[in-house]
Design a protein around this ligand. Structure first.
Ligand code: NAD
Ligand code: ZN
Length: 252
């Protein structure tokens, strides 16, 4: 394993444009469970609540679940070492962009500045009536569904619900950042969510080397991954950064 980490660190140092692609796995150590798997959110909640048709017809029922998962719960999470090391790699000049499927804003909180939120964000809410946008923390949620202070329309979180399209600009920029990357770092994603799972494939098809970090094999591991670092995101990122920094120092 140490040799693989050392090799991955060398690849990072030799690359001109590292793009990072993350999924729910990077936030597990911040206390946010993933959707899938035995301890996943779907073992406790009905995924239907995040379907746009259901949300429109049953805003109260959908909001009861949405509030519990995304606002009571996510609100307390803070970035872990994996988010911090991704931000550190940007400061060092290696990472140029982060594409995340997560909606928890933890990359930005850790200091990453060029983040594409493929599935939107839970940080803001938009009015389904007048389309006005509000920071979620400014909207009281004692009485559900939360309503627009301007027109009383039902507010909807700005993340992508099942049945909704990926925001056009973010979709375009994500595939662009995959295309121009010479190194693509995939962290904590099953690779089962369409069309997000096509982004790493696009990077590979355009010549990027793929480094993957995950506790389990994903659908990328035996198809496009060049170096698979099996383990927890924070531990693997700490070890990776240790080698990048040690070699940078040795070269000076
Ligand atoms: P997923 O739930 O399908 O898979 C999570 C992946 O993370 C798995 O491959 C698992 O093996 C891996 N993993 C678990 N713990 C890990 C750790 N400590 N270190 C490294 N890897 C670890 O997640 P997904 O593929 O990202 O897709 C699910 C969708 O659900 C995404 O669209 C995402 O937006 C959404 N989601 C977001 C959050 C969040 O914002 N934090 C949380 C849950 C789900
Ligand atoms: Zn409104």
């Amino acid at each position: 394993m140490e040799e693989q980490i050392r090799q991955a660190a060398e690849w990072i140092r030799q690359s001109k444009h590292v793009t990072v692609f993350t999924g729910a796995g990077i936030s597990v150590e911040s206390g946010i469970p993933p959707f899938r798997g035995t301890d996943g959110l779907w073992s406790r909640y009905d995924p239907n609540c995040l379907d746009i048709g259901y949300f429109k017809s049953h805003p109260l029922k959908a909001w009861e679940v949405i509030k519990e998962i995304f606002y009571d719960f996510f609100g307390k999470a803070v970035p872990n070492d994996a988010h911090k090391q991704v931000a550190e790699l940007e400061k060092m000049g290696y990472v140029k962009a982060v594409i995340t499927q997560n909606i928890d804003s933890l990359h930005q909180e850790a200091g990453s500045t060029n983040v594409y939120e493929f599935h939107g964000t839970s940080r803001t809410l938009s009015c389904t009536g007048c389309k006005k946008l509000y920071p979620a923390r400014k909207i009281p949620m004692e009485s559900l569904p939360p309503r627009c202070p301007a027109c009383s329309g039902v507010l909807k979180p700005d993340f992508v619900f099942f049945g909704e399209a990926i925001p056009q600009q973010v979709n375009f920029m994500s595939f662009y950042e995959a295309q121009v990357a010479d190194l693509f770092l995939v962290i904590g994603t099953t690779g089962e969510v369409m069309p997000a799972c096509m982004v790493p494939v696009h990077a590979k098809e355009n010549g990027a080397k793929i480094i993957e970090i995950n506790t389990e094999l994903s659908s990328f591991t035996n198809s496009i991954t060049d170096i698979f670092l099996q383990g927890k995101a924070s531990e693997m990122m700490n070890r990776l950064l240790f080698h990048v920094k040690a070699s940078d120092k040795a070269d000076k």
